[in-house]
Design a protein around this ligand. Sequence first.
Ligand code: FAD
Length: 465
Amino acid sequence: MGGINGPALESLRDALRGPVLAPGDPGYDEARSIYNAMIDRRPAAIAGCVDVADVRTVLSFAQDTGLELAVRGGGHSGPGLCLVDDALMLDLTPMRWVDVDPQASTARVGGGSQLGDLDHAAHTFGLATPGGIVSTTGVGGLTLGGGHGHLTRRYGLTIDNLLSADVVLADGSFVTASEDDHSDLFWALRGGGGNFGVVTSFTFRLHPVDAVGLGVTVWPVDRTREVLQWYREFLPAAPEELSGFFALLTVPPAPPFPEPVHGLKVCGVVWCYTADLEGDRLEKALTVVNAPAPPVFHFAGPVPYPVLQGMFDGLMPKGLQWYWRGDFFDAVPDDAIAVHEKYGHNLPTGLSTMHLYPIDGATRRVDADDTAWAYRHATWSGVIAGIDPEPANAGLVRQWCVDYWSDLHPYSMGGGYINFLGEEESAGRVRDTFGGHYDRLAAIKSAYDPDNFFHANQNIPPATS
Ligand code: FAD
């Protein structure tokens, strides 16, 4: 096993404001634990960075010592990209801060922040920007991969709301990338993942989002066919103010679900309504839920936006076993529905699930070539996630996910969202994900990181001319 010699470690400790933890230090095991407990690796050291100076110091230390580098944002990557055996982890966790400018409707967000930090800080001004559906997810990885969530049909992907990014590059220089400066880098950062540098802060455009309509509707899993046949027509035709992701799940034994449905295998839709909530507009918008089949449970009501964003946090705490895979879809044909029916009936554990996130609407108003994200013509981003607290069930949830994905993949558009690519997926999947944008990304990589120093990510090796 590799390591860092004592004097070198001491010099790093002296140079940084953030903490440096090595194997055997108190706090090392906690610092190396990430969201997905299936990933158990031991970095040579974990260097916490409080500011840009710390980030620059850690990069040059890794280069001087020849250590491999991995960058940790929120630590939510499924395959644990930020955690590499014997590498130096550049840990952005201390950089959790958000500055909102309510007059300009913008927020500047530290590179180690979680989505909940941004939602919390913006909500006090009745503002928000699209992010993912679990508030402990890192702003860093989510944004660099694209980012979609409840607000995407209305306000686009997270990257569609990115105004600029402060980045420390492989050569140690510090730049601000935007439409006007380093525009090629800015293009690549919007979907190309952590390939191009360490983003120390992101600046986002915010939108007036305060209370939103939350709805949850579930039907017995036996009705998956009727529900999906209805959903695939209804949602794309619905106004952009209404979003609703489709899910296969087991009803958790917790509110708002009544006891008789606890433990039931169901299909369902989680709704988010961002139009005016005056009177009974939300209820009226959702009366359609009776169309495919009678639901076994339906709830709708106004909630503050951060409540919607945090509603799955308790159900999915850090420390579970996760194995996931994703694909993009432009249609849900009957044959694909048959696959969903089969695996929905065979959910292997109580938390295992499949989601179809709508990514149409505002996402399509950005030109296909304006950002590195290559699937603006997709209607859904799908993820199959095998999840369980028990390490002994790791193989079970993994196999269910791989089998489900293998049967469903033929009905997909080819590539999958880089933030949903799993472990053991081939480099060819990354290429498929970027399609016609791949060569441009590889060229930008070769301009900004010719030695592929940043490779602990869904890697795009530099183009060789
Ligand atoms: P990390 O593991 O810290 O990082 C992931 C990758 O990004 C690594 O390669 C890392 O080096 C790089 N990186 C992170 N921060 C930076 C930075 N500041 N600068 C440079 N590189 C950086 N995605 C969605 O779009 N929508 C969702 O609704 C959604 N829901 C999710 C729910 C859960 C429970 C989980 C676990 C994930 C979800 N995701 C969702 C996927 C999520 O976007 C990815 O897992 C993402 O990579 C997490 O980013 P992170 O910073 O937390 O992860």
